[in-house]
Design a binder for this molecule. Structure first.
Ligand SMILES: *Cc1c(COP(=O)(O)O)cnc(C)c1O
Length: 467
């Protein structure tokens, strides 16, 4: 895309839809004022920029909490014993974004917490999340990570290889405890966006394969170890999934394995985890993803149906949403620097709008060719729209934040830009490329702005360098 466009409003901020918690690109607390400036939870972004600088991640606390609560309530309802089910637990996947405050928020809203490293585990523990409400994932857990998890009595360690079964068993025996473990089963179902593919064999690093018998072998080895307690089977099929059909296929595979184990060993795994990966809307062009209630109802229906076919009692079910809780709740605030018109081969032009961050605070565009949108956040535009590309300040041409977006032709140095849906996998994947300090994470609430994670400084970076 290139050239001039006649659209009157640049990347229009859609007023959050009535049920914006489920459908919005912007968090539910985002508004555009009469003067054109955005506010989050009533706080003017110009005020946020003046006080805290840019770039900055701004989290709408009420929105994030609302999404967490919606998942907890939806799964409680769909998997209630009164509905013939055996209950459900929602684990927030901390890798999407984790800080002490966010760990507390999601726990207060009724969620448990998934961690996948010692660092994430440390944040969860500092937040006061009880061990039994924490899960530990990872395809290459260190002995230290496993020991720490055991010492704090985590509710589950999701084992990812046969070697790990052995290691967790040994470490648990050494600690004089019994480790609750789940087996991560790779079902051959991979999903993302609208499609899922199902193959028998898997060429990727996670989990224990169903088709090759590795998952079953792990189960048998766990059942033979006194220091291990098998609490369930686990499946995670991908990310940014809007079509729920892949979950049903994976659920069928895992429930089938559970029934087979029960028939052959007499052990009925009490729990099945169906993973996370629910998609969100990054731009208005993206389809509206299913809401938590629809996800919960679809999964409950699938589990009920498959278990009836198999003649096994329904398990307790858990899920692990990350992006769908943190993503839409956050936006990134940037200040525009250089604006450059670049001539294109087709005779058109493209407006390159450089901001004061880039691939160090949002790697997803460069890494996954992810689509984002942006809007002028601090004033009303005085010109029609041009097709712009929002780029960062890093020494790489792939340093793109938003590939194509309509911005007002008068966009200029000093303007504020806001990029929505950056609450997940933004700060958590941020780097110090080019020795750029990572932005702060600010919580916007009715009571004002609170710093959750402070801005890094060049001094922080220099402090690591021992010369
Ligand atoms: C990444 C991941 C999740 C969360 O994925 P989202 O797309 O953020 O919902 C859940 N479970 C596992 C095992 C993961 O690796």
């Amino acid at each position: 895309m290139s050239g001039q466009h006649a659209a009157p409003e640049a990347a229009p901020l859609r007023a959050p839809e009535p049920d914006g918690a489920a459908t919005g690109v912007w968090s539910t607390g985002v508004r555009r004022g009469d003067d054109g400036a955005l506010s989050v939870a009533g706080v003017d972004v110009r005020e946020i920029a003046r006080t805290h600088g840019t770039p900055a991640y701004v989290v709408d606390e009420a929105d994030l909490r609302g999404r967490a609560r919606a998942f907890a309530e939806a799964f409680d309802a769909a998997f209630a014993e009164s509905a013939g089910m055996a209950g459900a637990d929602v684990y927030y996947a901390g890798k999407a974004f984790l800080s002490v405050a966010v760990a507390r928020w999601v726990h207060e809203e009724g969620l448990r917490l998934d961690t996948s490293t010692g660092g994430e585990l440390a944040v969860a523990l500092r937040a006061g999340v009880p061990g039994e409400a924490i899960g530990l994932h990872g395809n290459n857990k260190s002995d230290d990570e496993i020991r720490t998890a055991l010492a704090h009595g985590v509710g589950r360690i999701v084992v990812d290889s046969l070697a790990e079964v052995e290691r967790v068993a040994t470490l648990a025996a050494e600690a004089g405890t019994r480790a609750p473990v789940m087996v991560r089963v790779t079902t051959g179902v991979h999903a993302g966006g609208h499609d899922f593919i199902a193959t028998a064999h898997e060429d990727q690093k996670f989990g224990l394969s169903l088709a090759s018998g590795a998952a079953r072998k792990a189960v048998d080895e766990i059942l033979a170890r006194d220091s291990l307690e098998l609490v369930g089977l686990h499946s995670h099929i991908g990310s940014q999934i809007v079509d729920l059909a892949g979950f049903e296929v994976a659920a069928r595979a895992v429930l089938g394995l559970r029934a087979e184990i029960a028939a052959e060993t007499g052990f009925l795994a009490p729990e099945v985890d169906l993973g996370g990966g629910y998609g969100i809307r990054y731009t208005a062009a993206d389809d509206v993803p299913p809401a938590p209630a629809q996800i919960a109802a679809t999964l409950a229906d699938a589990v009920r149906r498959v278990c009836a076919e198999l003649g096994t009692p329904v398990p307790r079910v858990s899920v692990e949403p990350g992006r769908s809780i943190a993503g839409p709740a956050g936006l990134t605030l940037y200040t525009v620097g250089t604006v450059k018109e670049v001539a294109l081969d087709d005779g058109g032009t493209r407006t390159y709008v450089s901001v004061d961050g880039g691939m160090s605070d949002n790697i997803r565009t460069a890494l996954y060719d992810a689509a984002y949108t942006a809007t002028l956040a601090g004033r009303r535009p005085d010109a029609g729209a041009v097709t712009a590309r929002v780029v960062g300040k890093h020494c790489e041409s792939g340093d793109i934040v938003v590939r194509d977006v309509a911005l007002p032709a008068d966009v200029r140095a000093g303007d504020l830009l806001a990029v929505p849906a950056t609450g997940a996998y933004g700060r958590s994947m941020a780097s110090n490329y080019n020795m750029v300090p990572r932005p702060p994470v600010l919580a916007a609430t009715q009571d004002g702005v609170r710093v959750l994670v402070r801005r890094e400084t060049v001094e922080d970076l220099l402090a690591l360098d021992l010369g």
